[in-house]
Design a protein around this ligand. Structure first.
Ligand SMILES: NC(=O)c1ccc[n+]([C@@H]2O[C@H](COP(=O)([O-])OP(=O)(O)OC[C@H]3O[C@@H](n4cnc5c(N)ncnc54)[C@H](OP(=O)(O)O)[C@@H]3O)[C@@H](O)[C@H]2O)c1
Length: 361
């Protein structure tokens, strides 16, 4: 093993993990030095690795993993394994696991850098956030998580650049969920009348835009997690994603129904509530959207429904795109706006791969 080699360990080979593997293959070919060597890959049940860190072929890694009889190393053992290598190691966490996220300080403090689209570590307790960045600062290991907000859109890197170059971010506002974007763009379009709320939710589920139980999107927590991350990067020590107001779009009566299917079946009973919200906005010549906002000066973070003029960039969003506006002192009254696909395996993996390039640099 030479110092011209960097070891790559991947946890998670689902939608994003698979796309990342193929992007890693391209990157390794384009960038021969340092040589990128995949030494570990696992899902929740299976793993592939060898004690001498020998390279796993990236093009056949998934099929070899599928027929492997090895089980994943426990996280402390994986940290030992990577920290004991003679080459630098980078852990790519392509899961949404809280357990993996909780272990980041262990990896970082032992010099293993981390790249991930997983929101959990950065939007959980503020203590975990502090532990992660303290461990990284002490060991010099790097931690990047661009895809944890807006998938491959350059949201986090832009915010960091604004802050690091001394701009004053006054407000961040946007549509942070592809699911919510799709739902409101079709429920309350800027022209035409749009569909019934329950019908749009059902359609979104059928198109694969929602979680298996749509309540996991409608409760607003995913957006709250993203806002927590951005607020912290903007300098607000937000305690957790439940420490500020988050509007849930799940009718109270349906919070405890046992399944997502039963929820969808009963949702039409509550269509009139959403219809009223839509009509109230229309009366003012506006449309309703599900947004997150961070007012840095007043330290207010909130997630929920807001009304926008039809000509506002947030109202005019299309499909399931995300939009994030940064209001800053330098940009004045015309915000810096980032817009585009905020979900999907390839774009999310792009954020992961570009973070990996930053660590290599
Ligand atoms: N997909 C997107 O559009 C998107 C966009 C932005 C961010 N993200 C984030 O990207 C991450 C991955 O998303 P995804 O869509 O690829 O998810 P996914 O398809 O559900 O894949 C998750 C992978 O992680 C593995 N895994 C889960 N828990 C694990 C554990 N404790 N130990 C080892 N492996 C574990 C799963 O293995 P099993 O199959 O064995 O369970 C699976 O291979 C998530 O954090 C997600 O929030 C995704």
């Amino acid at each position: 093993m030479t110092s011209k080699q960097v070891l790559i360990a991947i946890i998670g080979a689902g939608g994003v993990g698979k796309c990342f593997l193929s992007q890693l293959e391209v990157l390794a070919r384009k960038r021969p030095s340092p040589q990128l060597s995949l030494c570990y890959i696992c899902t929740s049940k299976k793993a592939l690795y060898s004690s001498d860190y020998s390279a796993i072929a990236t093009d056949s890694a998934l099929s070899t993993l599928g027929s492997s009889s090895q089980t994943p190393l426990e996280l402390p053992k994986l940290a030992d394994y990577l920290a004991s290598a003679q080459s630098k190691a980078i852990l790519i966490d392509n899961t949404s696991s809280q357990d993996v996220a909780d272990a980041y300080p262990q990896f970082l403090s032992r010099g293993v850098s981390i790249v991930t689209p997983n929101k959990k570590a950065f939007s959980g307790s503020y203590k975990l956030w502090q532990d992660i960045f303290a461990a990284a600062a002490e060991s010099g290991a790097k931690v990047y998580h661009e895809s944890s907000v807006g998938a491959g859109l350059p949201v986090i890197s832009t915010l960091k650049d604004l802050v690091d170059t001394g701009d004053e971010v006054t407000k961040i506002e946007g549509v942070f969920s592809g699911t919510m974007s799709f739902l409101f763009n079709s429920f309350a379009p800027t022209s035409g009348s749009g569909g019934k709320w329950s019908v749009e939710v059902k359609k979104a589920k059928e198109l694969g835009y929602t979680e298996p139980d749509p309540r996991d999107d409608l409760n607003g927590l995913d957006v709250a997690r993203k806002l927590t991350i951005l607020a912290r990067l903007a300098g607000l020590p937000v305690e957790s994603p439940t420490s500020f107001p988050v509007q849930s779009l799940i009718p109270k009566e349906l919070e405890s129904v046992s399944s997502g299917d039963e929820f969808l079946q009963r949702l039409p009973e509550f269509d009139s509530q959403m219809e009223e919200t839509k009509a109230a906005a229309e009366k003012e010549g506006k449309v309703v959207r599900f947004v997150g906002s961070i007012d840095v000066a007043t330290k207010q973070v909130k997630v929920g429904l807001e009304k926008f003029d039809r000509s506002h960039p947030i109202a005019a969003l299309k499909g399931s795109d995300n939009i994030i506006s940064f209001y800053t002192k330098r940009y004045g009254s015309n915000p810096l706006i980032i817009q585009g696909a905020g979900a999907g395996g390839e774009v999310t993996a792009m954020g992961v791969t570009s973070d990996l390039i930053k660590v290599l640099s």
